[in-house]
Every structure is written in C-alpha cells, then in structure tokens.
Design a binder for this molecule. Structure first.
Ligand SMILES: [Zn+2]
Ligand SMILES: [Zn+2]
Length: 362
C-alpha cells in the first residue's frame, strides 16, 4: 500500500509543544491544487477528521512508559512515535478558502504532510452506537460505560448535568456505577430500578446520572438524613446500600482541597485566584476519586427488601375553578364548595414523597 500526500499543515509551531497549547490554536491545512475539488461540500462539516504523517519521528518502542509513567503498548497510546507514523485527530473546521482549510485544534507542526480528510460523523466516529439504537434505548451508551467500568467518562458526562466537577459528584458516580453493575436485572431509567438518596448534595446528581433514577421518572427517592449514602434497588426486592464511611476522606487524602474549600466556600473569604484554584483542585480530586474502588471508600451492604414506593401513579385531570389551570386531581383542594389548585387554595395538599400519599401543609 502506498500513502498519498494530499496537502500540508501551515502552523506557527515548528516544534511540537504540549497538546493543550496546540489544541487551543488555529492553523491552516493547505490541500494541493490537484485535490482541491475533493473538498467540495466540506464546509458543511463543523468537525473534520484529519490523518497526517508524523514526519519528525523516526523510532518507536512497542512498549514504553507513557504519560503518568505507566507502561503501555504503542497501540494503547497516542504517542507520535509509532510503526505506521500516522496521526489522526478530530478538529474544528473554521472556514474553507479554496484549497485552504482554517482549523482549530490540530496538534501537528508546520509542514506536516496531510494524508486524508473526512467529515466527522457522530455514529461512526464516537461510541459506535447508531442514532437508531439510541432512539430505541436512550441509555444504551451509559449502560455500556457502566458495564465496562468507564467511570471517568461517566463523571465527564455527569458534569454536563451538574455544572461543575467536585468530589461528591465523583463519589455519586462511583457509588452508582458500583451498585448498578452489581444488581441483577437493573434496567436504569425504566422504573424497575429505584435509587434512594439520603442527601441532596452533589452526590445525588452523580447517582441520578449513572442509575438513570430521576425525579422525573419517579425512580429517585429523597430521604432527608444528610448522609452521603444511597440505596439502589430493583423492584424485585434486592438492593445495595453504600455509605461513605471514610468521613475524613478530604482532610486525610486531599488536605489542600479541604483547606481551599473552607476558605473559599465556607468562610467566603477566598481571593479570585483561590476560587479558580479550588475549581481546578476540586475537579482533580473528583477525577482521582473515580480511579479508586468503591469498596475502599464505602460501607456496602446488601438489602433484601428495601422499602420502595409504588410505580408512578397516573391521575385524572382536574381544572382549578379559580385560575382555570389543569392539575392532577388528587392535588386539588376543596374550598367553599370549589375545587382549587394548591396554589390558589394555599392550604394543605396531598403529596407523594416516597413515603406514600399523605397530607402536608404549606
Ligand atoms: Zn458539586
Ligand atoms: Zn388555581
């Protein structure tokens, strides 16, 4: 097989720099004029896949210490020193000007030979799960991540829901992954699995993301005990409870983070730099925690018949005789012969809070 060079990279970097710096910069791919027509329509793609030659590397080792000092094979790494000397990367296409593509994120130095360009296409280039499969089973990918034990990716995604990365989000992800992978017949997000959270901290967002038990699908039960603990259970009656029994986890294992947290969040007494630093330290602790084992951090018990509420009840509708808005019938309040919504009545109402339907006031 012979490789064809179809163009060349124009970059301000003559020598390779750290990937973060290079991924943050713009460069240009100049496609040779004889191949320019092959770019027709490329501007419709926001992201493109680029294959290029590592023309500066000459030798490779099949197994070597990689980043973080860990020994890995060349095909299990992104090292530029490889037998085939081919690099591949997905980058943002900013603009096409004739035979020139202005791109962002290309980690290739000036004069790197380009071998191929193709549009980045979600189902082929990402997880390999097709759009059709995702429409049939929206949590298929998450389920696979749980089975594979890819807790880092689960944490990355949980951050999209939660808004930041922090130790307790990570602990929730870790606990959720452990519980779901140990439960037989757990079908996350389908009401067959229920998660009880004993705190409303960041921890519960990690649990929701991984278990698929949410407020909206009636799979999430909140018990206001203020404990970093969760029970994940199936309706068949088996469950697992995890309680964080390393109560001094932050003080002992991550003292820098703990001190910053006290200063910035608890005392609200941090400088802008300290706030930024906390964000970074907090995130690093989170990603470190998901490399640890749940058994080391949690007290874990098997629970045979956890107390879980029934399936989400389906109610008739009712219309409020004051504001005219529609609500679930049992939430109505009778006042002076009229059926009112709770808002208009501002009186006691029936609430389903996981402990059965009962009357509360407020
Ligand atoms: Zn958080
Ligand atoms: Zn009303």
């Amino acid at each position: 097989m012979e490789l064809v060079e179809i163009g060349e990279v124009k970059s301000k970097f003559d020598e390779p720099l750290g990937p973060e710096e290079m991924r943050g910069s713009e460069s240009v791919i100049e496609v040779y004029p004889e191949y320019e027509a092959g770019l027709t329509g490329i501007e419709d793609s926001k992201y493109i896949h680029v294959l290029f030659g590592f023309h500066l590397s000459d030798d490779y080792e099949l197994v070597a210490p990689r980043r973080h000092g860990e020994k890995r094979g060349v095909f299990a790494s992104r090292s530029p020193n490889r037998p085939g000397s081919i690099g591949s990367t997905v980058i943002e296409l900013k603009e096409r000007n004739g035979n020139e593509l202005r791109v962002k994120g290309l980690d290739a130095v000036n004069e790197t030979p380009v071998i191929d360009i193709k549009p980045y296409a979600e189902p082929f280039d990402s997880s390999g799960i097709t759009e059709k499969e995702r429409k049939q089973e929206p949590r298929k990918r998450i389920r696979e991540l749980i089975e594979r034990g890819d807790i880092e990716t689960l944490l990355l995604e949980a951050g999209e829901v939660h808004g930041h990365f922090c130790p307790f989000l990570a602990l929730g992800v870790l606990a959720g992954q452990y519980a779901v992978s140990k439960l037989e017949s757990a079908v996350p997000g389908m009401e067959e699995t229920v998660a009880i959270v004993e705190t409303n901290s960041c921890f519960s967002d990690g649990i929701q993301h991984v278990t698929g038990c949410t407020f909206g699908n009636n799979g999430l039960i909140y018990r206001d005990y203020g404990k970093t603990a969760t029970t994940v259970a199936t309706r068949e009656g088996s469950g697992i409870r995890l309680y964080l029994n390393r109560e001094d986890l932050l003080e002992e294992d991550y003292p820098e983070g703990r001190e910053l947290f006290e200063k910035v969040v608890k005392e609200r007494n941090g400088t802008e730099e300290e706030e930024e630093k906390l964000k970074k330290v907090w995130r690093d602790i989170g990603f470190d925690l998901v490399t640890r084992s749940a058994e080391e951090l949690f007290k874990i018990e098997k629970i045979d018949y956890p107390d879980i509420p029934d399936y989400a009840p389906i109610y008739e509708d009712e219309y409020c005789e004051s504001c005219g808005e529609k609500f679930m019938a049992p939430k109505g309040v009778e006042k002076k012969g009229k059926i009112l919504c709770r808002d208009c009545a501002t009186e006691g109402y029936f609430q389903l809070d996981g402990s059965g339907l009962r009357k509360v006031t407020g």
